[in-house]
Design a binder for this molecule. Structure first.
Ligand SMILES: *[C@@H]1O[C@H](CO)[C@@H](O)[C@H](O)[C@H]1NC(C)=O
Ligand SMILES: *[C@@H]1O[C@H](CO)[C@@H](O)[C@H](O)[C@H]1NC(C)=O
Ligand SMILES: *[C@@H]1O[C@H](CO)[C@@H](O)[C@H](O)[C@H]1NC(C)=O
Ligand SMILES: *[C@@H]1O[C@H](CO)[C@@H](O)[C@H](O)[C@H]1NC(C)=O
Ligand SMILES: *[C@@H]1O[C@H](CO)[C@@H](O)[C@H](O)[C@H]1NC(C)=O
Ligand SMILES: *[C@@H]1O[C@H](CO)[C@@H](O)[C@H](O)[C@H]1NC(C)=O
Ligand SMILES: *[C@@H]1O[C@H](CO)[C@@H](O)[C@H](O)[C@H]1NC(C)=O
Ligand SMILES: *[C@@H]1O[C@H](CO)[C@@H](O)[C@H](O)[C@H]1NC(C)=O
Ligand SMILES: *[C@@H]1O[C@H](CO)[C@@H](O)[C@H](O)[C@H]1NC(C)=O
Length: 283
């Protein structure tokens, strides 16, 4: 679980691109098998391997991207990160490879897929002043992963079928320890063409976001539309251990920090009522 600094770019641009070649199944992957499928037969489980970045953005910019009816629980993230810069909000950038997904009770396996997107943690959608939810309105997902695309659309997410480089791993690692991931829409002619590139390099000496913070933000119940929530839980104790918002065209962030890491996860097979998760307790 090395800590990384990174270079991240999300671009929305009109660029002609060569067509995709995705591997199916994901041969050549280097992720560990799902370690907990038999332990949680009635839940979807798998290995989630990827990168979580925290991008401090001005609170007023966050306020402009997040629907007005969701209150930003600034005190909650200041509790966890007392030194987080005043007037800023921790936008999350998530890129991940979902590997070896299983639902044993129904004898179901789901094809591997990659995804990337912007996520907005610490939102009070119930108006109780303390329940933290994470808004994930949009996502790029491997274009051939029909189950993941259909499931995510069912939660209300806007999905962009995309291709990923590398296609069957969360990132490529070079000999000096840096990592690279690129995702882009499969349809290069799409009117809302976009892509995301994440480059990281090790930063062992400076760790502004402790793993307890990453654990907290990644385990807040997720929603795209408040009528349904996904109680997706990353397990940190296993052996693995409206109009959608968009950054301005060709937004580049450099020198932001995060983690490259893998965990097992469990997820209910069907989404739930957000209110029922109000008193959700992290495992
Ligand atoms: C990649 O994942 C698949 C499915 O989980 C697995 O069968 C395969 O052995 C893995 N490794 C390689 C090197 O392809
Ligand atoms: C996560 O992915 C990286 C890059 O492909 C790989 O080196 C690492 O072994 C994977 N970790 C797990 C636990 O799957
Ligand atoms: C589970 O699925 C596999 C592969 O489709 C099949 O071979 C097997 O018979 C199924 N097992 C049960 C208990 O349905
Ligand atoms: C590591 O290698 C990558 C790819 O060759 C390069 O882009 C990057 O600048 C290198 N990083 C360092 C810290 O030397
Ligand atoms: C995240 O931290 C906040 C603030 O301390 C806390 O209220 C909340 O319960 C935590 N959530 C999770 C999922 O750990
Ligand atoms: C949220 O989902 C409900 C039920 O599917 C739907 O009626 C509503 O229009 C959706 N709201 C938005 C903002 O997409
Ligand atoms: C969710 O549960 C709350 C409280 O029990 C209820 O008022 C609400 O109608 C439910 N929402 C949906 C979409 O079922
Ligand atoms: C964004 O970047 C791409 C690739 O570098 C470039 O072709 C395009 O013109 C840029 N768009 C804007 C709006 O700057
Ligand atoms: C991990 O935590 C979960 C939830 O508390 C628990 O059910 C499971 O037994 C734990 N696994 C290990 C290996 O400790």
């Amino acid at each position: 679980m090395a800590f990384r600094s990174l270079i991240l770019q999300t671009f929305i641009a009109l660029v002609a691109l060569v067509s995709s070649s995705l591997c199916l199944p994901c041969m050549g992957n280097t992720s560990s098998p799902n370690p907990i499928a038999q332990q949680y037969p009635n839940l979807v489980s798998g290995t989630l391997n990827g990168t979580t970045l925290i991008v401090p953005i001005p609170l007023d910019q966050a306020r402009g991207m997040i629907p007005k009816e969701y209150v930003i629980l600034e005190n909650a993230y200041r509790d966890l990160l007392p030194l987080f810069p005043a007037g800023f909000y921790p936008l999350m950038v998530t890129t991940a490879f979902d590997h070896d997904l299983k639902l044993p009770a129904y004898n179901v396996t789901v094809e591997d897929f990659s995804r990337s997107g912007l996520e907005f943690p610490f939102l009070d959608i119930l108006g109780n002043g303390y329940s933290n939810f994470r808004w994930a309105p949009t996502m790029m997902i491997t274009s051939t992963a029909q189950t993941a695309i259909t499931g995510s659309r069912g939660l209300g997410l806007q999905i962009w079928p995309s291709k990923f480089d590398p296609p069957c791993d969360p990132y490529k690692r070079t000999s000096n320890g840096s990592t690279h991931l690129h995702s882009e829409l499969s349809d290069p002619a799409a009117a809302d063409y976009r892509y995301m590139t994440v480059q990281t390099q090790p930063s062992p000496a400076f760790v502004p976001y402790p793993l307890t913070f990453i654990r907290n933000v990644t385990n807040q119940p997720t929603f795209a539309n408040t009528s349904l929530c996904d109680n997706y839980i990353r397990l940190y104790n296993t052996s693995n251990s409206a109009a959608p918002p968009r950054p301005s065209p060709n937004q580049t962030w450099t020198g932001v920090y995060g983690w490259n890491y893998a965990t097992a996860f469990i997820e209910p097979p069907v989404p739930g009522n957000c209110s029922d998760l109000a008193n959700f307790v992290d495992l």
